[in-house]
Design a protein around this ligand. Structure first.
Ligand code: FES
Ligand SMILES: [Fe+2]
Length: 374
């Protein structure tokens, strides 16, 4: 058996932007709809290229995306039956990662294979467990917003932001940055209501007050009109709770009756070897209004509205990352207590930089060959 990928915790002195994401969790690497039957696609989890394979029959599986022969990506290969064949010389690998055929060799002399990763599908996503595979069974998948609840309509999104994944956690948790979105959302001010924290999570709760301008149309369609008294600052009635449960993040909005009206799930997956680019996988679930079809009418407007806001966030996070690069480290001056706690949480749950998997790759090549099945 291949050795599990091992990770050690980041030290408190580690620059947060150098701490690796902890691999001992389930991470989505692709949307299910993007991997058709009989196809394979290549994705990355940080330094690790991973081929996702949907065989002609059976469930999706995930392999190290390097052929054991000359290390070209298996994701460029051809799926035949329940195996993937490398595009170069046609070596074939099954879901266990073992090499099961070399077209020009006798069947008894097969070389060893490649690493395999635990793989599952849920909520329209393909999840992989990149870390110690022996832990995969005991680590649950995260709650995926309201993706299976018919009372909600769910939008999927997966933008890439060229920054370390920790910037994304900070950005969403820190609602004091509404100033950035003043052109999209009008002038609103966050009120911090309280927090909860534990070993692997932190939650901040806010309400918002509109301090000027009109409520934007998209927001009004989603939440209903707020009858603000123009003579004084009015709290709007929803409570926004943002929670990082490492390594996932959620944002929930409850109305004045305490009913959930919107839920966002997001997870941030490093997709380059240096960890300075991150693919978000997000699910945004919105409670369907009582009027049937209204949700479908407002859906495109909601998409444009959320896209514009996210583009502002993306631009600003990439500027933060550029400053980190130019200054050679993290010069963050954080004054907001909840964000300081969040940074501690991310550092404590992250992994020490540069987990070396060379040994693991070597071990995987020492696997005994399977009996021939093709
Ligand atoms: S490089 Fe994959 S079969 Fe030769
Ligand atoms: Fe934002």
């Amino acid at each position: 058996m291949p050795d599990p990928m091992t990770s050690s915790p980041a030290s408190p002195k580690t620059d947060l932007r150098r701490a690796d994401i902890n691999p001992d969790f389930w991470y989505p690497l692709a949307w299910s709809k993007d991997l058709k039957r009989g196809k394979t696609i290549g994705r990355r989890f940080g330094r690790f290229p991973i081929a996702l394979v949907r065989p002609e029959e059976g469930s999706v599986f995930a392999l190290e995306d390097r052929c054991a022969h000359r290390q070209v990506p298996l994701s460029l290969g051809k799926v035949s039956g329940e195996a993937v064949q490398c595009c170069y010389h046609g070596w074939a690998y099954g879901r266990s990662g073992r090499c099961i055929d070399v077209p020009y060799l006798g069947k008894g002399k097969l070389p060893n294979g490649v690493k395999t990763y635990p793989c599952r599908e849920a909520g329209g996503m393909i999840f992989v467990f990149p870390g110690d595979a022996s832990k995969a069974e005991s680590v649950p998948l995260p709650p995926l917003a309201q993706v299976d609840n018919p009372a909600f309509k769910t939008r999927h999104f997966s933008p890439v932001v060229k920054c370390h994944y920790t910037f994304l956690h900070e950005n969403l948790m820190d609602m004091n940055h509404q100033f950035l979105h003043r052109r999209q959302m009008g002038q609103i001010k966050a009120r911090f209501l309280g927090q909860d924290a534990g070993e692997n999570f932190i939650e901040a709760r806010y309400s918002f007050a509109r301090t000027g301008n009109q409520q934007p149309l998209a927001e009004r369609l989603i939440f209903g009109k707020h009858h603000d008294d123009p003579t004084r600052e009015q709290p709007v009635e929803e409570i926004v709770s943002i929670r990082t449960t490492y390594p996932y993040q959620s944002l929930k909005i409850h109305d004045k009756d305490g009913d959930l009206i919107m839920e966002l799930f997001s997870v941030y997956v490093p997709n380059t070897a240096d960890g300075m680019s991150t693919q978000t996988f997000g699910l945004l679930s919105v409670l369907r209004p009582k009027t049937p079809f209204l949700i479908d009418l407002i859906w495109p407007a909601l998409g444009i509205f959320t896209h514009r806001i996210f583009e502002e966030d993306r631009e600003i996070m990439e500027l933060e990352q550029n400053a980190w690069r130019e200054l050679g480290g993290d010069h963050n001056v954080e004054v907001f207590p909840i964000v300081r706690k969040l940074r501690d949480l991310l550092a404590a749950n992250g992994a020490a930089p540069g987990t070396d998997t060379t040994a693991q790759a070597e071990v995987s090549r020492e696997q005994p060959a399977d009996p021939v099945v093709v």
